[in-house]
Write a protein that binds this ligand. Sequence first.
Ligand SMILES: [Zn+2]
Length: 410
Amino acid sequence: MKSTVMKKSVILLLLFFQLQLVFAQKIELLIKGGHVVDPKNNIDGILDVAVNNGRILKIAKGIDAHNALHVVNARGMIVVPGLIDIHTHDFYGPDPERHFCNGSESILPDSFAFRTGITTVVDAGSSGWRDFPDFKKKIIDGSKTRVFAFLNIVGAGMRGRKFEQDTDDMDGKKTAMIAQQYHDYIVGIKLAHYKGAEWKPVEEAIKAGSLANIPLMIDFGDNKSPLSLEELLLKRMRSGDIFTHCFAELKGREYIVDTGSKKIKPYVWEARKKGILFDVGYGEISFSFSQAIPAIESGFYPNSISTDMHAARRNKNKDMPEIISEFLALGMNLREVIERVTWNPAREIHHKELGNLSKGAIADIAILHVRKNDIKFYDHAGYQLSGSKSFECEMTIKSGKIVYDRKSLL
Ligand SMILES: [Zn+2]
């Protein structure tokens, strides 16, 4: 009698382990034969990616497709972590007079993100502490795209240039309070478009960033700024803070490349050593080849590549695949480019659970096609650069679910 019970228990135990094995091997989505580039994990080769329960199950050569529910053939394509765009404007509303803050100069994230391989966007200061709860309710909560935000140091956010000059509405304490209250969404503090002669906006932004323990993103003036860029980078900004529009060459701005010698200014190298991060924030006019070419030639690569996507003159804004194609043409290699739209921005916003394909990581994946063709890129000043490759997004997967499939790869 005793031995029968024992036998039964052993059989049950074996069955249990077998079931566990079957369960463990189940693959919901298998991406076969793509060129996987995951800079965080030093992965750069032809591999398969298995996804289960919204997470990366494993990356290996020749994973058996028998246990896979869905198989995507990615042969000839590039498979990378879902792209992260840390400079966008997403607080769309119908009123043009509110500009970027619940206004028509912003753009709904779902209207551009997935189709360009982006799974995570960061709104770059469209709202300040006064409107952030409304932004969260109207846009963040309702979007399929993952949306984070840099909170503007101006309480009224980007309601228009006049509001952005009001130093009385720049309150580091109140800004930090909202940033702490919404720490799941607010990843940093933004300062932008200030044209005045006071350091108060920078000081209040640093106060907010320090109280909430998050980085700043600074767009340093949009007209003749009397404040010194050297002082901003070396004496004001902290390690881990982000200088956006780093390759802008606009009238009145101080540039990082000396236009005479075509060399990166020595204090900019020093700032990089100190830990200041340089972000592209491409936009309509905030990127110039006259800055980017000498910078890249001298080995000064941006830390992150972002679009500054917004609705105003939308057709002049380039999409992420177009922008990263330009960086290939500028001389960076595939891995270097992908790192700047995945793992680097993830680290900049302190979200290391994103931007990588580690085992168990959130399964955000972009499948890109690199088309080989002769292509000409232009910047806003009309400068022309020739390239031979351009990226296109074929498929985007967010948390293990296919959210964009251009040509029905599945
Ligand atoms: Zn912007």
